[in-house]
Design a protein around this ligand. Structure first.
Ligand SMILES: [Zn+2]
Length: 205
C-alpha cells in the first residue's frame, strides 16, 4: 500500500468504525506504517470525518512532517511499532463493550476474556490488562511496552483496547473481534457457559 492508498484506507476505515458506533466523539485513533514514517489520525479528530490530506505524517524518529498535530495517544502506537517490528498498523478504540470489560473488578489481568469463539482465539489470543494511568501519563506507555513484545493486543484498564497488526485490515479485524467477544462475554455473564477447552484452544494456536 502506498502513502495515498494508506491515507484513503485510514479515512475509509475510520468512517466505518465511527458509523457503526465502535468509538464515539473524537475518541479512537489509527496509525499505519509507510515507507518513510507513519500516518496517524490527528488530535481531537473524529474518526467519522477524517480528511486524507490532514492526517499527521510523522518521520521515522517521530517528528511531525505534515498535516495536523497527531493524537495525544500517539505514544501507545509508538511503543507497539518499537516493540513489534512486524507491525504495519495500530488501532486504539474506546469501544463500549471492551471498555465495560476493562472496568470489571473480577477479571483475570493476565488474560481478560475467555476463549468464547475460535475466531477470537485466532485473531486476538491472550489479552492482558494494562493497569490504569491518567490520560497523558507516560507511565502508561512504559506499561504497554512491558506487554507489547509478547502481545499484539492489550486492554487498558478503564480505557479501551490497543491492537497492532501486520496490516490495517489485520489490526481492524482483530480489534473488532475483540469488541464482539467483549459483547458476547457480557451477554453470557451469569449464564452457565461452555467456553472452548484448553485442548481446543491449543489446536487453534
Ligand atoms: Zn484512548
Amino acid at each position: 500500500m502506498n502513502e495515498s492508498q494508506a491515507r484513503e484506507a485510514i479515512c475509509g476505515i475510520g468512517a466505518s468504525i465511527f458509523n457503526r458506533g465502535l468509538t464515539a466523539g473524537s475518541s479512537g485513533n489509527i496509525s499505519v506504517r509507510v515507507s518513510d514514517g507513519w500516518l496517524m489520525t490527528p488530535t481531537n479528530a473524529s474518526l467519522g470525518r477524517l480528511d486524507p490530506a490532514r492526517l499527521s505524517k510523522l518521520s521515522d524518529d517521530g517528528r511531525l512532517v505534515s498535516g495536523d498535530a497527531p493524537t495525544k495517544e500517539s505514544f501507545l502506537h509508538r511503543v507497539m511499532y518499537e516493540e513489534r517490528s512486524d507491525t504495519g498498523a495500530v488501532v486504539h478504540l474506546h469501544s463500549t463493550h471492551s471498555v465495560a470489560v476493562s472496568c470489571l473488578a473480577e477479571i483475570d489481568p493476565d488474560d481478560v476474556l475467555p476463549p468464547v469463539t475460535a475466531y477470537y482465539v485466532m485473531r486476538v489470543g491472550k489479552l492482558p490488562l494494562v493497569p490504569y494511568f491518567k490520560p497523558g501519563d507516560m507511565a502508561l506507555a512504559e506499561a504497554v511496552r512491558g506487554f507489547a513484545g509478547k502481545h499484539h493486543a492489550v486492554l487498558l484498564a478503564n480505557h479501551g483496547p490497543v491492537v497492532a497488526g501486520s496490516s490495517l485490515d489485520a489490526a481492524v479485524n482483530a480489534i473488532e473481534e475483540l469488541e464482539e467477544t467483549a459483547k458476547l462475554f457480557l451477554l453470557l455473564r451469569g449464564a452457565k457457559t461452555r467456553f472452548l477447552t484448553p485442548e481446543q484452544v491449543r489446536e487453534l494456536l
